[in-house]
Design a protein around this ligand. Sequence first.
Ligand code: C5P
Length: 280
Amino acid sequence: WSVVRGLWKGQVSSKMLSHRLQGALRDYVHSNKHNVLYKGQRKANKSREEMLCQMKQQAQLRTLDGSEQPFAHLGFKQLASSKLQKMYTTCAVVTSAGAILNSSLGREIDSHDAVVRFNAAPYKGYEKDVGSKTTIRIMNSQWYQQPDYDLFTPYINHRKNFPEQPFYILHPSFIWKLWDIVQSNTKENIQPNPPSSGFIGIVMMMNFCEEVHVYEYIPSMRQSNLCHYHEKYYDVACTFGAYHPLLYEKLLIKRMSTATEEDLKKKGKVTLPGFSKINC
Ligand code: C5P
């Protein structure tokens, strides 16, 4: 709970994590399996406006387009479009955290113009707590026809079978830019692994929406070790991170938000302005 309270206050460090999670963090930093190196500045005390400006300037959404490999080579330029351009007024990002159970947030979530969900998170049977509207789904490549290898052939087959379905692959440069942004706002060395889908979804919607409402990313009073609302699996790493730099992503999101204490604690909700509403 000291981590949850720290997040509510906007002050956390890895020292607040359990020994197990601190150990996992250290191991990931040492193994550095993606071989990433951060050379930029680190400033952990930027103002909210400075952080939002940095986001707007550096986190422009980018998807793979057909002119790049492997698409250029496969000749699927027309299927791998890079245009995702619809704009929305208010958006909801619904994380899959167990703590959203018994929240009764479904109606509020569905009242937004667009709703983002993640991976295989279901809504059937959970409408009261998570709503049912689904505008965008963000999937990590493990969820798409099995693991990380050969993502592209099944992707192209899918585009051929469902050419009307807007279905894109995020550009690795976008994902790693987000990692840079988290590291640049953190004194400690963060896990050298991609940010979580939840963080990617939040920043993606800042590109498309005037206002982004995020549910159960910063944990509410309902926080427990239940990993996902839709399965009986318990691990606090789902909320505070082992592989993903979740603790640091969450701190950054909290520090950029205008959440009231009541929204944070009762709803697990933070609100962020979209890029179109950030002046810098
Ligand atoms: O587990 P999965 O990646 O499908 O969950 C979607 C996102 O929800 C995660 O990337 C993470 O940002 C967020 N999440 C969370 N706390 C949990 C479970 C998920 O913040 N307990």
